[in-house]
Design a protein around this ligand. Structure first.
Ligand code: ZN
Length: 171
């Protein structure tokens, strides 16, 4: 197990579509183990494989608490039903230092394969529903900032440029 480097916007890999996983082989299990280490070390509540530079449809999520972690490892996840609307502030390990409210479905039914390859269906709401939508977006090459209005997105670009410059000064 090892930590992997998290790519930051505007890395071009973050805007590419990821390929379905055909076999959950050793390469995938060690990728997932590394992703778990990387997410907890960051720390974050979710991570998608393209964020560590691997264009495969794999995500992990943990919306539990420190005392009661609830790690979800999802291969080939998809949203099969959605309902309601919500708008919560989101952040992303690939867009450090920037947060914004994003419109999402408040309830989703997701389908994914667990690490044994079995298909699982799960209904989620609240933070978990948002996390699934956010992470599955990554697999389609979409970041939460891509879901902002064009005005908000141009404000984001200006602000993010300053964030990057500040980070460079700190190095
Ligand atoms: Zn993200």
């Amino acid at each position: 197990m090892a930590l992997r480097r998290i790519l930051h916007y505007p890395d071009p890999l973050l805007s590419q579509e990821s390929a379905p996983v055909e076999y959950i082989d050793e390469q995938i299990t060690s990728l997932v183990a590394d992703m778990v280490d990387t997410m907890y070390a960051a720390p974050g509540v979710g991570l998608a494989a393209p964020q560590v530079g691997v264009l495969k449809r794999v995500i992990i999520i943990d919306c539990g608490s420190k005392d009661e972690p609830e790690l979800i490892r999802a291969v080939n996840p998809q949203i099969v039903e959605r309902d309601g609307e919500c708008s919560e502030e989101e952040g992303c390990l690939s867009v450090p230092g920037y947060y914004a409210s994003v419109k999402r479905s408040s309830w989703v039914k997701v389908r994914y394969q667990d690490m044994q390859g079995h298909w699982v269906e799960r209904e989620c709401e609240g933070l978990l529903a948002i996390a699934f939508q956010h992470e599955i977006d990554h697999l389609d090459g979409k970041l939460f900032v891509d879901r902002l209005s064009s005005l908000k997105k141009s404000m984001f670009r200006k602000k993010y440029k300053r964030i990057l410059e500040q980070q460079k000064e700190q190095l």
